[in-house]
Write a protein of this length. Structure first.
Length: 204
């Protein structure tokens, strides 16, 4: 199973993606939310021919794909997440914050690639992994704002998903960053167990 874990995970995700693509709450929001999901998924499927990440790397990347697909189906502000809201006494639906946290998980495969290719010192890899996620998070918030302004109406509001919080973008970026810090911490603990790269170079 370990050898075929990425393929099995990809197959499960495809079924999940198709199922949640049926009758979404808003087709406009579904397209806006899932274009990045499809792009990321197809990129890593194509890239797997040249570089195969570790199973933990693929597992971490899949978390965001699954959560973002759920958010695209319901719209993030309306995902059935009330049990968490009630449990902690939140005033808003924080499913989007959870999804943003998992964006940071992509720091792990980024660090893994640099580590196995011996492209940088481990400290540089860790810092780069975090700052790269921060840059992507900032760019995505700008794209969200642009789409909300251009689309307008209910679809624009649902895609933005701020739920009335004027600091929503900053909090989302913080969640992305914290997720990256968590992922880099996992990488640091796991790095010596990573497989040799395609050239047969063993980890440092």
């Amino acid at each position: 199973m370990g050898r075929w874990f990425p393929e099995a995970l990809a197959a499960v995700f495809v079924v999940f993606f198709v199922a949640l693509g049926l009758a979404p709450a808003s087709r406009e929001v579904w397209w806006a939310e899932n274009i990045p999901v499809m792009a990321v998924f197809l990129f890593f499927v194509a890239a797997s021919r040249r570089f195969r990440f570790s199973n933990p790397g693929y597992a971490l990347m899949a978390v965001w794909l699954f959560l973002h697909t759920i958010g695209g189906h319901y719209t993030f502000a309306n995902v059935p997440f009330g049990f968490v809201t009630d449990l902690f006494g939140f005033s808003r639906n924080h499913f989007d914050r959870l999804a943003h946290f998992t964006v940071g998980f992509y720091a792990f495969p980024l660090a893994e690639y640099l580590w196995r290719r011996r492209l940088a010192h481990p400290v540089v890899i860790a810092i780069f992994g975090i700052t790269m996620i921060m840059a992507v998070a900032c760019a995505y918030e700008i794209i969200e704002w642009w789409y909300a302004v251009a689309e307008g109406g209910e679809a624009g509001v649902e895609f933005l998903g701020s739920q009335g919080d004027v600091w929503d973008a900053q909090k989302d970026m913080l969640a992305d960053t914290l997720g990256a810090v968590f992922a880099v911490g996992l990488f640091w603990l796991y790095r010596r167990r990573l497989p040799a790269d395609a050239a047969g170079i063993a980890p440092l």
